[in-house]
Design a protein. Structure first.
Lengths: 337, 337
DNA sequence: CCCCCTTTTGGGATCGTTCCCAAATCTATT
DNA sequence: AATAGATTTGGGAACGATCCCAAAAGGGGG
């Protein structure tokens, strides 16, 4: 099927070395030979095989990206940022989408090694000892995203300051006069979202001498859907004898689900109950009332992580831990009381 | 850096042939040799290079996906579906994200050929004669998504019936008593969204003897954002002496932008004006009022297209044109008058 | 113990490039 | 016209796997 450099050489009446030189724009080729080769390449539509090249040079221009799913704004934004930086620098992007099967992560790591990718961008949810072993043996530059692994691994990571962000937004509620603040979260198996943000919530309350009440606290499973937020909210409404005045959901999506529940049960946001989230998805500014939340710039995160990876590949030293900044986006879902 | 099969062979005291046999679970290896090799592989963390393998076998297990952007639900859903099918069948996914630079498409086609991918899934916006030339010379199985190319190329395509969908949803408005129906669209350079959906709108009106009024008609550029929908709506409000009773936006996002504009200008949806879109993004069911729209199942589209591509690679005949079905999702944004 | 048949093993060509090095050609100077 | 030097050209090894084929080892039966 595919033409080879040898056949081009024969057609052009030169050696394969000369063809190679023409293709790679090397010197030491007569104008005549160059012209002839270019003609043949043009006519035949020959495109050299990067497989052979990669084998010879013992390196690829491919970066592997491991993530739990692509159809969510957090990840697709980040990938957009990665695309930009990687392609600008002549790299390609091999997408390893685990589709939420955590066991697949290890398999994908092996796959990427087999492919001899130049580097890996790894969105980690949870780093097990098995992960550690595999990652240590890997011998390929890796950047970890979304999870602080500095105590476990030598690998550089790019993270959100989830603890501080959660604390800040809860403090924002407190500054607006709220004292009865409910929590809607997810499993603590996800350390960034499930643990750190919960800790931030608890800390903010504690520092303001507010009680963490059990009937204001809902922790779902590994479910980040609006449904789960809806669930959590109706549970809190059902369980609490006195309604909270505000709700902190660890995710915008959960917050939006909670708002839907409130609306359906006849409560007005923010007049009856204030709601905040974290994440600033596109939806958040389009719903009514617009959601007050924390914005992480995932595009920038993707760009930064890619840049770090390229540095790492180039053999440079790299910041071990990059904490992305965030900002509170004040919109309409919080009322002063 | 990377260990080779030769080194493993030496460490295990066997020949590379034997190592190869063990790795590929071939027969004709003594239990003893097998055990020894497995030990060495385990201890050293050796992973064979798929580059060398691919070169020898003259084929890869990689599929290239070309798309204009990943951070939008249409594409990320489709890629999710592709991931599923491709990985289940032992293929990998190389992501070629043009980031809306249409000129890059041709370059990516070349890149994928260089990489000797086994097949290509190509989200086309516009097929130029240059595209045709390149695609014809490519000699790699390709499935075109989102654009009917049967008159231009021999390639199988998977498309949405945009004309019929637009016609249906406009007819839905007409069936609800609407006669003054505005249009918010995009440039006709995008044939599926800009042309076909517009045609569907016009045909529906024509068949019901309704006039297409210029002051009810807004056609933006290559901009699919909510802002553009907002723009279009305010333009229509400003230009028309008598307001329309309903608005058809060619995209949910545009529809949501239009709704935002209406809300801000004090109009209630659907009491004052009804709004419909096409696409059913996640937002559409989360905003208030929930948007009545057309649902395309992009995940399924991705699955189907991947399946077709694999058939094509396997040398089977494949449906030249697959039209995905859709359904009207009736929600809250339309009122009977 | 030898011969034949089966099973296991290893050597070497091969895939399509790159790149080193030596050979061939060209250019200019005497 | 001969020679040194510069430029252009081609041959072949190498990259790391697969796989064919021939050689070696093992196993029974006579």
């Amino acid at each position: 099927m595919g033409l080879t450099i040898k056949e081009i050489a024969k057609l052009a009446g030169v050696s394969k070395s000369t063809v190679s030189r023409v293709i790679n724009n090397s010197e030491h080729v007569s104008d005549e030979a160059r012209k002839k080769v270019k003609e043949v390449v043009e006519k035949t539509g020959y495109v050299p095989s990067s497989i052979a090249k990669d084998l010879k040079n013992n390196q690829t221009d491919t970066i592997g990206v491991i993530l739990p799913r692509i159809n969510t704004s957090t990840f697709s934004e980040a990938v957009e940022g990665m695309s930009k930086v990687l392609y600008q620098n002549g790299y390609n992007l091999l997408l390893a989408n685990t589709r939420l099967n955590k066991e697949d992560e290890l398999e994908y790591l092996r796959l990427l090694k087999r492919k001899r990718v130049s580097g890996i961008l790894f969105f980690a949810t949870e780093i097990t000892t098995q992960h550690q072993e595999v990652l240590e043996k890997l011998n390929i530059p890796v950047i970890i995203l979304g999870q602080d692994v500095s105590n476990l691994l030598e690998l550089p990571s790019v993270i959100q300051d989830d603890f501080q962000a959660a604390k800040d937004i809860v403090n924002y509620l407190i500054a607006h006069g709220h004292k009865r603040i409910a929590y809607i979260g997810v499993t603590e198996d996800d350390v960034a979202v499930g643990q750190l943000r919960k800790n931030g919530y608890q800390r903010a309350l504690a520092e303001n001498n507010l009680e963490v009440k059990a009937d204001y606290f809902y922790q779902g499973g590994f479910d980040f859907s609006t449904d789960s937020g809806y669930q959590g909210m109706s549970r809190i409404i059902a369980d609490s004898e006195r309604l909270p005045t505000a709700v902190f959901a660890v995710t915008d999506r959960l917050a939006i689900g909670a708002m839907k529940c409130l609306r359906e049960q006849g409560y007005r946001v923010p007049d009856d109950i204030s709601v905040v989230g974290i994440g600033d998805t596109e939806m958040s500014s389009l719903i009514t009332p617009e959601l007050t939340t924390i914005r992480y710039d995932q595009f920038k995160t993707g760009e930064l992580a890619s840049g770090l990876l390229l540095d790492l590949i180039a053999g440079q030293d790299v910041t071990v831990k990059s904490v992305m900044d965030y900002s509170i986006i004040e919109r309409e879902s919080v009322k002063k009381i």
